[in-house]
Every structure is written in C-alpha cells, then in structure tokens.
Design a binder for this molecule. Sequence first.
Ligand code: ZN
Ligand code: ZN
Length: 408
Amino acid sequence: MDLTAHPVLSGFDALAASLVDLYRDLHAHPELSHAEFRTAGIVAARLSDSGFEVTAGIGGTGVVGVLGNGDGPVVLLRADMDALPVREDTGLDYASTATAVTAAGETVPVMHACGHDMHVTCLLGTADLLARGREHWSGTVIALFQPAEEVGDGARRMIDDGLYDRIPAPSVVLGQHVMPGPVGSVYASPGTAMAAARSIQVRMFGRGGHGSMPDQSIDPVVMGAATVMRLQTLVSREVSPTNPAVVTVGSFQAGTKENVIPDEAVLKINTRAFETHVADRLAEGITRIANAEAEASGAPKQPEITDLNSFPLTVNDPDATRRTLGVLRGLLGADKVFEIGPVSGSEDVGDLATEIGVPLAYWFLGGFEVGDGNPLPTNHSPQFAPVIRPTLDTGVAALVTAALEWLD
Ligand code: ZN
Ligand code: ZN
C-alpha cells in the first residue's frame, strides 16, 4: 500500500498510535445496540476536536459530524457502533469482560464480535486526516456513526429522527465492513451486495396436560415440529431455483419436563433473500404454514406472529462501486481488490442511500492474517479479532481515498 499516494494520507503515521489506543479502548468497552452511549460520547468529542460540526443524539445514540470546505460534492461516510451479546474468547490483553442488561432484564456478556470498533476507529481517523488535509479537497464531508446495525434499525431510526433535515443531502454514501479475509484486501459486489433479512417469532398455542394422556391435550411440540419441517418446503418448493433464499428456525422452545405436555411453543425464524419479492413470499409463507399447522392440530387459537427485526436488501450502485474499487486498486494494488457476488449476511447501511435516492458503495475489508491453514473466525464468533495493524491502515487509507475520489 502506498501511503504517500495522496498528501492527505501522509498524516496517518503521526495519528496511528492514538488510533490503536482508541481501537483497544473501544474493543474493551463494547455496548449493545441502542446503548452506545460511551462510544457516541467518544465519537462526538473526537469529531469536534477534528473541527467537525457535531450533532449527537440522532435516533438515540447516532452522531453526525459535518465538515464544510467550500463548494463541491457532499460525501457521507458511515460507520456502525454497536456490539453483540457474545462472551469474548480471544485471549487478547484488550479483550472485553463487559456485561450489559438487556431490555428483557437479562444480564449478558458483550463483545465487539463484528468489528464495529474497527469501523468507528477507521472513520474517526479518516475524519481527522480529511480535516487536517482540507487544502487538498473541496466539498463537504459527513461522518455518520449509527447505532444498532446488529438489529437492523439504527440507520432507519436516524432517518426517522430527521437526519436529512439536519445535514446537507449527500451525493453518495460510502462505508466498509471488516470481514474474515486477508488483511490489506478489499472486496465488493457492484449490484446486489447483501441479503434482505427478516426475523419472525411464531408463538403456537396448544392445551397442556399429562404426558401419559396426550388424547386429553393439544400438543404444541408436535405442532411446532410439523411447522419446522413444513417451513423447509418454502425454499425447496415455493422459491424459484434461480433465486437463492434461506429459512432457518434458530430457536424452538417448549416445555419444561418430559412428562408434561406444555401449552405453547415458540419458534424464532430467520429468512434471507436477494430480491424483495422473495423476502415477501417467505414471510407470507411462514404465516400461512404456521396458521395451517395450528389448524391441523386443532389449536385453540391461531398462532401469534410477531416481526422481531428486518434488514433491507443492500444494493450497491454498480457504477459508483466500480469507480470506488478502481481508486482502491490504485491504492492497494490490483491483486488486493476483488469484485465479488452477493453475500448472505445483511446490513442496514442501504437505508441511508435509498431514503434519498443516491448511490451506495459499500465494501468489505479483510482483517486477518491467513496461511496457517486454520479457518478464520467469522463475524459474530467469540474468537473474532481482526489484527489491529495493518487493518487500521488499510481501512483508513481506503476510506480517505474513496472519499477524495468523490470530493473535488
Ligand atoms: Zn454483525
Ligand atoms: Zn457488522
């Protein structure tokens, strides 16, 4: 990587040590979705030190910094701030031992198991370099730090809280996500990039009783099990073989004891699809199948079906993404920058672009040393730990370079 590629990047070396400290601090102090209070405070303070005009508390804990620097395009750079209820098992000296209490009152371990601490650090470094090097560009930079990517509604809440009434409308939205790929590499899908996801809870009602007298009961375990099996036919029988889709029942809870027939069963279902009409078809199918299986069992009432969360389809603008990958090739080398197809993970960054009809260019950033033959830990794994440098170097350089491509 050529850090002298642009004079704005030449300040990176002087900044690197403080960014490493920041990353370690964020990593050791993760916060759950919509509870990113400490993180948002650090972000707001650093943005303001860098000379950005800061608005905090958008959509809860969202923070936006605006740096106007004469006429020119408005470029929005986005990072997400939240962590996950995962118990860290990396053995790092800056590992998290944090816990938090969920809305349901449960105490859970918390970990930056998806690398959002890296996204925050890279964007703060980028913001600072762009501010210091402002004689080299003109336009407006917006550094946006959103809450709650992991539950799919952080960007939406910022928009609904008047985000675009408070900041200039950007002409492009840029962002990146660290992934289990080789450090120094960047990859993106020009077009559909990530799946639409929905999580749905189905609560099925039976009639409880003694395990020895099933004839006196309506068994929600059998009702739920039949539903789980029938749901498998959504992908195999109802979705076109040319459209990839996923239906996973990740949780099935019923009963307490082997000889007691419980009176309800709760299924939690997650779907992924790469076209909105397919996502809708899956949701409709879940409702139809759950209702029909309840009916088939003679349930006393219809299931209660609740949406837990949903993520929009992430669609990169093909031209904007290829243009961005082009300048990243110049920075990182053609052998480090890859065009890929869609991935089955999901994101809500697209909401920031589709809300105002501007292009999105969103890329993945490798953050791991490969080569010892062991599989890399995936995002959300208790072992997920990107190497700080040079992931940080690549992440900052990529964001700065992409931003400069879109500014004047
Ligand atoms: Zn994640
Ligand atoms: Zn993530």
